[in-house]
Write a protein that binds this ligand. Structure first.
Ligand code: EPU
Length: 436
């Protein structure tokens, strides 16, 4: 398997354009099948999860063209509500959105239980509760979720957890229900607003996205639409953190600075200079960061998806930092790999105590999930010497053109076939510790 070889210790400098948001793209792409006809999606990131999704849609009968240059056309005229290949469905978490979209359009969906990163238990009970409340019968049959309804009828649904996935999924199904659905205790992430904007462009009547309560007035049918995906704030946060860790100076272009407020605030607290205006933010990091405390929370709190890279940065801070994970039960699987690079981190339940060290050292490490991989890339860029990163496919699920983008701002990074590297025999050979 290919590895990334990172020659660390070079400050990142220059300008970098941020791509479309992964977690919005993987909801907008399935949302497009709610209407027969061809929708055009723009600013799609060139990532593994989007390719997997387009393959799944093609297997369900959609005609997909792209993504090329960030543009994807989906003609959902001849879709079927079942037949999504289990192996592809399990590759991505967001395959759960097929349930809401197919149920809305066909009143029937049969889709395998989703996969995704290995970051603790990730039930979809709230999604299923929402479908049932709308009138669907839902069962699990040989690892597949089967949802069917004679009619979907709008109702009042209170989510026990403000789940991003459940909020969007129920919204998808409810757009084509009879009457009004009131969804309470919703997640408020900006991509929920993005999906709602796309649905409204298709003729849906969704109000309140981005707040606790979303009202969806069902319509008889939706029409295809054109929509541009919002910028990826987690990609932006990851690069911002990498710039801070390498003590560089980079301007990130095509971002919504507001979506990055919680990350910018924490970087500033750590002594990093963050300037912002319009659609860019500039990160200037002349000095070693200071230790800080970070707690991950649903938006507008500090994003859990930016936590692993943040941990790599804080490993280099002066003093002791504490990170508490407030979204997932277990998202510290990257710590063992970071320790190979000389970090000093102690995990206690859902918190990690990070004693900052002056320097990290390159090592062979393995990404076992997407953001774990991002944390190792950040650590590798900041470390002295070479880091060999295996499990690159996990990182490519969510970061487009990673090497090219990093190289364009001065990183020394290359892809190696893996078996031709020059590690010494007594250096640890790393095996794949898990899967998405
Ligand atoms: N939860 C339940 N029941 C449910 C749904 C969620 O108990 O029915 C729990 C989960 O176990 C978790 C918490 O609620 O502890 C939050 O889960 P949520 O549903 O909000 O997350 P998700 O929809 O599974 C999306 C992103 C994640 C991101 C989270 C939080 C996608 C495909 N995934 O997951 O992205 O961490 O929201 O913002 O949109 C990533 O990009 O690396 C990633 C993991």
């Amino acid at each position: 398997m290919a590895e990334l070889l990172i020659h660390g210790g070079n400050p990142l400098n220059g300008d970098l354009v941020i791509g479309g948001r992964k977690n919005s793209a993987v909801a907008v792409v399935p949302a497009s099948i709610l209407a027969a006809g061809t929708s055009t999606l723009e600013n799609l990131p060139a990532i593994g999860d989007v390719s997997t999704y387009t393959e799944i849609l093609a297997r369900l009968g959609a005609k997909v063209d792209g993504p090329a240059g960030g543009v994807l056309q989906v003609d959902a005229s001849n879709m079927r509500p079942e037949g999504a290949p289990m192996d592809m469905v399990k590759r991505i978490r967001a395959s759960y959105y097929l349930l809401g979209a197919l149920l809305g359009r066909f009143r029937y969906a049969r889709v395998g239980l989703p996969g995704g990163c290995d970051i603790g238990q990730r039930p979809i009970d709230q999604h299923l509760k929402g479908f049932r409340a709308l009138g669907a019968e839902v069962s699990i049959d040989h690892g597949e979720v089967v949802a069917q309804a004679d009619a979907l009828v709008g109702t009042h649904i209170y989510l026990d957890i403000a789940s991003v996935g459940a909020t969007i999924n129920i919204m998808l199904a409810a757009t084509l229900a009879e009457g009004t659905t009131v969804l309470e205790n919703c997640a408020k992430e900006p991509h929920i607003v993005d999906v709602a904007s796309f649905l409204n462009a298709m003729g849906a009547r969704v109000v309140g996205a981005g707040t606790d309560t979303i009202k969806i007035r069902g319509v008889k049918e939706l029409r295809p639409a054109r929509h541009a995906i919002i910028p990826d704030e987690i990609e932006a946060a990851t690069y911002a953190i990498a710039v801070a860790a390498t003590r560089g100076d980079v301007t990130l272009v095509n971002v919504v600075p507001k979506h990055l407020d919680s990350v910018s605030a924490k970087l500033r607290e750590a002594g990093i200079i963050v300037e912002e205006n319009g659609d860019w933010i500039r990160i200037i990091a002349p000095e070693r960061p200071r230790a800080i405390t970070v707690k991950t929370l649903p938006y507008p709190g500090f994003p859990t998806d930016a936590m692993p890279p943040m941990m790599s940065l804080l490993s280099l801070a002066s003093g002791t930092s504490v990170i508490s994970e407030g979204v997932y039960e277990s998202r510290f699987k990257h710590v063992d790999e970071l320790q190979r690079m000389g970090t000093n981190i102690r995990v206690e339940g859902r918190s990690a105590v990070i004693e900052g060290v002056e320097q990290l050292n390159g090592a062979p490490v393995q990404a076992t999930n997407l953001r774990a991989g991002a944390s190792l890339v950040v650590a590798g860029l900041a470390a002295q010497g070479r880091t060999y990163l295996g499990g690159v496919e996990h990182v490519e699920r969510g970061y487009e053109h990673l090497e090219e983008k990093l190289r364009s701002i001065g990183a020394k990074i290359e892809r190696t076939p893996g078996e031709f590297d020059d590690r010494k025999d007594d250096e640890p050979r790393v095996v794949n510790l898990g899967q998405d």
